[in-house]
Design a protein around this ligand. Structure first.
Ligand SMILES: [Fe+2]
Length: 391
């Protein structure tokens, strides 16, 4: 790369507080964010399972009044954002606390963003500099408390929202969508079922790996990504096999946050091909990524020898050959009981043309290390449906 003629803008994340039990001090963090009347966005199941009880108790024992919003889909839509916003404005809330996975956090960030806007949400899709159209003075603050180690949305400046008109997942971006505070409390991830620990954990792994292989120049993100990969490699199976292993849960949560810090460098083909499947089949994002991962890496191999040999060395894989990564990932996927073929998610060859059309327009395709044209995407989908790898 010609560094003398390269320009890039690098953004660091937000205030991150890491520690088991920290979320039981939620009232303190609300005071720090100057919230007097926050709206909590969370999953109904987290209330029923008492996982977020310490957070709620903290607010109940303070002078802060709050209301809880749980009425949204697994993949939040523009409709969920408008419904959340209506409740937010009706209750005269002054900030948002998101407790949950990527869906709850993305929804909270979107409601916080839309409170001050007069244009429809998709006018702020992450295209060109559309974010500059926003009224930035009125964007509300968000405190993000992840209960999964996957999306890393707690340190991201964007949210994924599904468009109910064309069913596409779209990225809404604004620099001020970055949460004001992120609280990494691994105790909240203890109750996550094994299959979700696996799927969200591989999503975090993919964030680190795709960021490392992305075409943009960002050595800071590279450093973060490679250590994020090491944390995930050393802990994902431990967390999957024993959900109560708090040390493994802590490391996974940090690895996930690091993945999202790293992917400001860009993502790649796994996400570009996964988003359309998530949109049309409502499949779990992390699981879809996990199935696609080895096929996309195999396609990218000619362009990613350097980052893959770095990963092999740093992660102590048996061989420094680039294909060693694929062997490791296949074994890992197997031990996490993740299916090998896209057909397991209901995708078959008749779906390929529609999926390919959507993947070609996905933002993540732009930073894939090897050009993703129609032929390439069709071929990767075909291999993934039939489980064909040329190892
Ligand atoms: Fe992802």
């Amino acid at each position: 790369m010609d560094l003398a003629n390269t320009t890039q803008s690098w953004t660091y994340p937000t205030n991150i507080h890491f520690g088991c039990g920290l979320s039981s001090n939620l009232a303190h963090y609300c005071e720090e964010a100057e919230f007097h009347r926050p709206m909590i966005i969370t999953d109904q199941k987290l209330i029923e399972n008492s996982i977020i009880t310490p957070c709620i108790d903290s607010l109940c024992n303070s002078k802060i009044s709050f209301n809880i919003f749980t009425d949204f889909e697994e993949n939040p839509t523009d409709k969920s954002v408008m419904e959340g916003l209506t409740v937010f404005q009706k209750n005269k809330n002054d900030g948002l606390v998101a407790i949950g996975g990527g869906s709850a956090i993305d929804l909270a960030k979107s409601v916080a963003f839309m409170d001050g806007q007069s244009q429809p949400i998709f006018n702020f899709e992450d295209r060109f500099d559309w974010w500059k159209k926003a009224n930035k003075e009125k964007i509300r603050r968000v405190i993000a408390i992840p209960t999964t180690a996957g999306t890393g949305s707690e340190v991201g400046r964007a949210a994924v929202i599904k468009d109910t008109q064309d069913l596409k997942k779209k990225i809404i971006f604004h620099p001020q969508m970055m949460p004001f505070i992120a609280i990494l409390d691994a105790k909240l991830t203890i109750g996550l079922p094994a299959h979700l620990t696996a799927a969200t954990g591989v999503d975090a792994l993919v964030h680190n790996l795709e960021a490392l292989c992305s075409t943009r120049y960002h050595p800071i993100a590279d450093g973060v990504a490679i250590e994020g990969l090491r944390l995930i490699k050393n802990n994902i199976e431990k967390a999957f096999q024993n959900g109560n292993d708090l040390n493994a849960r802590c490391a996974m949560l940090v690895g996930s946050t690091m993945g999202a810090i790293a992917f400001q460098k860009g993502l790649g083909g796994v996400h570009a091909l996964s988003h359309p499947i998530g949109s049309l089949f409502n499949s779990h994002h992390g699981l879809t990524n996990a199935v696609l991962l080895p096929y996309v890496i195999e396609y990218n191999l000619p362009e990613i020898h350097e980052p893959l040999s770095l990963v092999s060395k740093y992660l102590n894989l048996n061989s420094e050959k680039p294909k060693a990564i694929i062997s490791w990932l296949l074994k890992l996927r197997d031990s996490l009981q993740i299916p090998h073929k896209l057909s397991s998610l209901g995708v078959n060859s008749t779906h390929i043309p529609a999926l390919t059309k959507m993947a070609l327009n996905d933002q993540a395709a732009a930073t894939n290390p090897r050009i993703l044209n129609e032929t390439a995407i069709t071929s990767i989908y075909k291999s993934s449906i039939n489980g064909i790898l040329e190892l």
